[in-house]
Ligand binder design. Structure first.
Ligand code: AMP
Ligand code: DBH
Length: 513
């Protein structure tokens, strides 16, 4: 699962891996930036407004670590974490890091199907959730709500737990993959590799202690977590504003009030922000950089960002498995609007293979490097195809490399729908549909959409009379899957088009729409 020893030694010698842990990092940051703001939360129904300094975060991580440890959470335990954008999200992360327990990052949109699977598959010691209603998602697992956590926190002045720190090469947490198989895969990230990725990202994004990062996407997502995200902002001594939702109505007043300098969005939200900016009364002039990533941002839309939001666009093409590409802030305009950037690290290896497996400047993207995993967690069989023998990760993306070494995302070979940055594994949804008694066969594909980029269409072959679409939607909701995975469209057919070898041809299905 890990990097070979000689490769790891090379990454250390090059200064990428510095032997730091999350726990130690926060201690250093608190010593350096003590009273400066770290996490700012405007508050929302049920969550009070908050302003935590670096010292607050450090102390409150220690107090919660003591409480969780007293409650039996131990080194190496997995804890499924599902919280909205509130400072407690990061408090729980750092408390677990200090114990050496691993957060498993669920998204707020996940429901019982996903949460119960994460808890079972990781043999989770606990599930951290917003409120009592969520507890039903993980019936067999001990759950802690936000209110429970407040009760667990040791009294102020308790001081750090007397526990050995994690090893920098240890797994720090499990991140989720968007996936392309029936069940989501879990991504083991180490202290060394992740700290490198967000520290280098903070540098590329020009963060300083005077920067203010807006976390508008769900904090658990890899993009707002590490590219540079809240962790990158912390590492630079910058403040992060945690927005309860990414709408202009919520975020524009926050940008104005907190003088936000950098924000991260997925393409559909960037469109909404640009439209809203035309008529807003809010002062967005502090915004210097808008990052857009998670799905392909069209060149036409990319060209509008500078004029309409008065800031520099940065395209971000990343993956929770590792590799992240950025356009650089001082790149020429045409590079910024027409490419998805270049890798963080000089040691990110980019391998592009055509359909015959020959190296090319256009084709399947594979990658290897100092912050790209060598295998999913407990997935030996899947790893044999997702990685090459010499450790390259097959991203499933089709890219073109420009003469300047920038990547342009041109398509996808993996069986996934990218619905405005939300990844949906076709097979996962197909399996849920197949559980319906009237469904004989199901094939889920992406269809183009002007706003989201892609939407989901489920082609179904039914037994007897086709069920009503509303009934299918209700059926999937009752199966407890996240709402964004419920198909936007259903089409009933008698047969699926086939490829030459007799498999369902998703390409032909897509072309039917
Ligand atoms: P995941 O592996 O779930 O973290 O999702 C990462 C995937 O999102 C990548 O492999 C791409 O397919 C897609 N993606 C991320 N950023 C971009 C982007 N800027 N343009 C196109 N696709 C993207
Ligand atoms: O889509 C992603 O997973 C993603 C996008 C931008 C990502 O993981 C990242 C940056 O780090």
């Amino acid at each position: 699962m890990h990097w070979p020893d000689d490769t790891a030694a090379r990454y250390r010698a090059a200064g990428y891996w510095r032997g730091e842990t999350f726990g130690g990092l926060l201690r250093d940051l608190a010593a350096r930036y003590g009273d400066r703001p770290a996490l700012i939360s405007p508050g929302s129904p049920g969550a009070p407004a908050a302003r935590w300094t670096f010292r607050d975060l450090d102390e409150r991580a220690d107090r919660l670590a003591a409480g969780l440890h007293a409650a039996g959470i131990r080194r190496g335990d997995r804890v499924v974490l599902q919280l909205p954008n509130v400072p407690e999200f990061h408090q729980v992360c750092f408390a677990l890091f200090r114990i050496g327990a691993w957060p498993v990052f669920a998204l707020p949109a996940h429901r019982s199907a996903e949460i119960s699977y994460f808890c079972a598959f990781t043999e989770a010691a606990a599930y951290v959730c917003p409120d009592e209603e969520h507890k039903a998602y993980a019936p067999g697992t001990r759950a802690f709500t936000l209110a429970d956590l407040a009760g667990l926190e040791a009294p102020s002045g308790t001081g750090p737990l007397d526990l050995p720190d994690a090893d920098p090469g240890d797994v720090a947490f499990l991140q989720l993959s968007g996936g392309s198989t029936g069940l989501p895969k879990l991504i083991p990230r180490t202290h060394d590799d992740y700290v490198y990725s967000f520290r280098a990202s903070a540098e590329i994004c020009g963060l300083t202690p005077d920067s203010v990062y807006l976390c508008a996407l769900p904090a658990a997502h890899n993009f707002p977590m590490s590219s540079p995200g809240v962790f990158g902002a912390l590492s630079a001594g910058a403040a992060s504003v945690l927005a309860p939702d990414p709408s202009p109505g919520t975020c524009f007043p926050l940008v104005e009030r907190e003088r936000v300098t950098i924000a991260a969005l997925v393409p559909p939200l960037a469109l909404v922000w640009m439209d809203a900016a035309a008529t807003t009364a809010h002062d967005l002039s502090s915004l210097e950089v808008l990052q857009v990533g998670g799905a392909k941002f069209s060149e036409e839309a990319a060209k509008r960002v500078g004029p309409e939001l008065g800031c520099t666009l940065q395209q971000v093409f990343g993956m929770a498995e590792g590799l992240v590409n950025y356009t650089r802030l001082d790149d020429p305009e045409d590079v910024i609007v027409s490419t998805q950037g270049r890798p963080i690290s000089p040691d990110d290896e980019i391998l592009i293979l055509d359909d015959e497996g020959n190296e090319s400047d256009h084709g399947h993207l594979l990658t290897r490097g100092p912050y790209t995993i060598r295998g999913y967690w407990r997935a030996d069989e899947h790893n044999r195809t997702a990685f090459t023998e010499d450790g390259f990760y097959r991203t499933g993306d089709i890219v073109r490399r420009t003469p300047g070494g920038y990547l342009v995302v041109e398509g996808r070979a993996k069986d996934q729908i990218n619905r405005g940055g939300e990844k949906i594994a076709a097979e996962e949804v197909e399996n849920h549909l197949l559980a319906h008694p009237a469904v004989r066969d199901a094939s889920v594909v992406a269809v183009p959409d002007p706003y989201l980029g892609e939407r989901t269409c489920a082609y179904l072959i039914c037994r007897g009379e086709a069920p009503k679409k509303a009934e299918l939607r209700a059926f999937l909701r009752d199966r407890g899957i996240a709402a964004f995975k419920i198909p936007d469209r259903f089409e009933f057919v008698d047969a699926f088009p086939q490829t030459a070898v007799g498999k369902v041809s998703k390409r032909h299905l897509r072309e039917r729409t």
